[in-house]
Design a protein around this ligand. Structure first.
Ligand code: PMP
Length: 435
């Protein structure tokens, strides 16, 4: 314990995560665990310890039931239907849009475009706004910790328009290099596309300040909120961002549904990026005219049941309260960080102050994939690899990490099981012995 103390102190100074004196993390988890039916299932004859929440969270009964009830009682295609059921389904879907609007505090519901998720929302901005607004020599500024979905869509658009993609470098703790974002913003920057919370590192970026600086430089700002919305309240008007993207499935909602928030005057000036039913005003063989937003950006039959499920997920998390969720996850992250640092040979990747419930790490002598497989045999589900953030791995000179990511239903027992399984893997590999 004595030998460990200086290491823990140093790490705490490096990574002051968590809510000091926060309530025991077990309390909220104990209250909500029964809401998630999947948590009772056994995996490999063990209790399921699910620590892969940054990939997708589990769904509470309220969400599962909302989708089921939609198909059982309200199913019809939406918009333009003259019959009762179609109008009823339309009301539910448009009601879900209003729920997303209130959740993000958007000024009006027409500023919410339903998408398949964050990836599709960013692609929409890239292919519609990007192609219409970018010129040769223009710059798109991203950060070094972006998910691939906020890198890759820009690359073909850059190729087509002659714009250039630039990335703000990271420090050893996994934060943006101080001053680099401001220094890299210039008269050619047309868009800053920045992740709110990194899925690979847990770093929370100071997006409000970044948006202000980017606007002062004349750039638009897109925020990737995939990892943010389930863990903190987001107010797009207070942030002042131009675009905000998120996925339902990382918010206890269904897969295949998410949303793009975009300021109305931007949406109104943007061309469609996909053609089909529902997005037009008139169609002839000579040409077509477009519906107003958001319909202009929602070609084809949408994920209606998914929208209804997303609304139920928003009700669920806001019913618990995002500040309560954040306090729970921070307290649990602090517990997990201390436990992790007691394991010899374990190196944390991403130690930014105030980070969210993501513990990315390497264990000396064990490849992250091997570690993931060994943990799985114990019923402990983590993720191993580059987490769709290869440039982060390149920055740290590693092939990938093992990543445990937390949600409301996790508790100290889950962390204890994780740490015991890591120590078991070390015994198997003959590593981890103290010198
Ligand atoms: N950005 C971040 C930060 C993410 O974590 C993810 C997914 N985990 C995405 C974007 C992409 O989200 P989706 O796959 O739901 O479109």
């Amino acid at each position: 314990m004595n030998a460990l103390a200086p290491r823990l102190d140093a790490a705490r100074a490096e990574a002051p995560v968590g809510t000091p004196g926060g309530a025991p993390a077990v309390s909220l988890a104990a209250q909500v665990a029964a809401d998630f039916p999947i948590l009772t299932r056994r995996v490999r004859d063990k209790r399921l310890v699910y620590l892969d929440n940054a990939a997708t969270t589990h769904k509470p009964e309220a969400v599962i039931e909302a989708e089921r009830a939609f198909y059982r009682e309200s199913n019809a295609n939406i918009h333009r239907g003259v019959h009762w059921l179609s109008q009823h389904a339309t009301d539910l879907y448009e009601g879900a849009r209003e729920r997303v609007q209130r959740f993000l505090n958007a000024a009006r519901s027409e500023e919410i475009v339903f998408t398949r998720g964050t990836t599709e929302a960013i692609n929409l901005v890239a292919w519609s706004w990007g192609r219409a607004n970018l010129k040769p020599g223009d710059e798109i500024l991203v950060t070094g910790m972006e998910h691939h979905s906020n890198i890759v869509p820009w690359q073909p658009v850059c190729e087509q328009t002659g714009a250039v993609l630039k990335a703000v470098p990271l420090t050893d703790r996994g934060e943006l290099e101080p001053g680099a974002f401001e220094a890299m913003l210039g008269p050619r920057t047309r868009l800053a596309a920045i992740v709110h919370v990194s899925n690979a590192l847990g770093t929370v970026n100071p997006v409000a300040a970044m948006i202000e600086r980017a606007h002062a430089a004349g750039a638009r700002v897109l925020v990737d909120g995939a990892q943010a919305v389930a863990h903190q309240a987001v107010d797009v008007q207070a942030l002042g961002c131009d675009f905000y993207a998120f996925s339902g499935h990382e918010l206890c909602g269904p897969t295949g549904i998410g949303a793009l928030y975009a300021r109305h005057e931007l949406l109104a000036a943007m061309p469609p990026w996909q053609g089909g039913g529902d997005m037009i005003r008139t169609v002839s063989f000579e040409g077509s005219t477009w519906a107003d937003p958001p319909a202009r950006f929602e070609a084809g039959t949408p994920n209606i049941a998914g929208g209804v499920g997303l609304a139920a997920a928003i009700d669920y998390v806001t019913g618990i309260g995002l500040p309560r969720i954040a306090a729970h996850e921070h307290a649990l992250l602090e517990y997990a960080t201390e436990a992790a640092l007691r394991i010899p040979g374990l190196r944390l990747i991403g130690t930014a102050p105030g980070k969210t419930g993501i513990l990315s790490f390497m264990v000396e002598g064990i490849h992250p994939h091997d570690l993931g497989t060994i943990l799985d045999a114990e019923g402990v589900a983590i993720r191993a690899g580059h987490h769709c953030a290869m440039p982060v791995m390149t920055r740290f000179g590693i092939p990938g990490t093992a990543r445990a990511s937390l949600a409301i239903y996790n508790d100290e027992r889950d962390i204890d099981a994780l740490m015991a399984a890591i120590r078991g893997a070390q015994r198997m590999f003959g590593t981890g012995a103290r010198p």
